[in-house]
Design a protein around this ligand. Sequence first.
Ligand code: CMP
Length: 226
Amino acid sequence: MNTDDVLGKAPLFAALDREGAAALRTSVTEVKISKGQTLFREGETGDRLYVVLEGKIKLSRTAPDGRENLLSVLGPGEMFGELSLFDPRPRTATATGLTDARLAGLGHDDLRPWLTGRPEVALHLLRALAQRLRRTNDVLADLVFTDVPGRVAKALLDLAEKFGHRAEDGMRVHHDLTQEELAQLVGASRETVNKALADFAQRGWLRIEGRAVVILDMERLYNRSR
Ligand code: CMP
């Protein structure tokens, strides 16, 4: 997909007609980061938001004792770094390349006139924020009410929705996460998450292939996530 097609899917641009999108596009600067490179850190001041054009980005937070929690894995068309636009305070998470990645960066100052001048842009951004709050509420409820295998199943289905491709015998999800990172996303220890994955594999629901899984029985995995 080319840059304009990917940007067109992002909440900011989806609200605009051709001319509007072309005008906003002039404020975009492209940034490339390599796998493992940090774009910004939690606590820093931030003045830009980003749309992923290519590759994957992980958003994480670090506890005072050094443990990490993954908030989300983002792929093409997804936006991040907008919280400090609406609420000018430090970055709430660290953004790191999970793969080599290409991003579109937009300065908060360049964006503000669009928010005030084009209500449809503000509405689309609010919608994106509302969707994130819904998802965060779901994640929070799952942490309290759902066991680790259920959370693993749900995380895999979420990743499948974003990164899944039909394969011969199922849905191939190349998530690029290490076992440790998958555990950080689920909010459990690596051992417990591995045990759940091994159990799913043994039941024939999925096959593990390095930093990817092939989901063989979507329905059973879905039922286990509920
Ligand atoms: P900002 O705080 O500017 O920088 C970190 C970004 O991570 C933040 O904006 C959001 O875009 C994003 N972010 C923060 N919390 C979450 C979350 N729970 N789920 C998805 N993205 C998030």
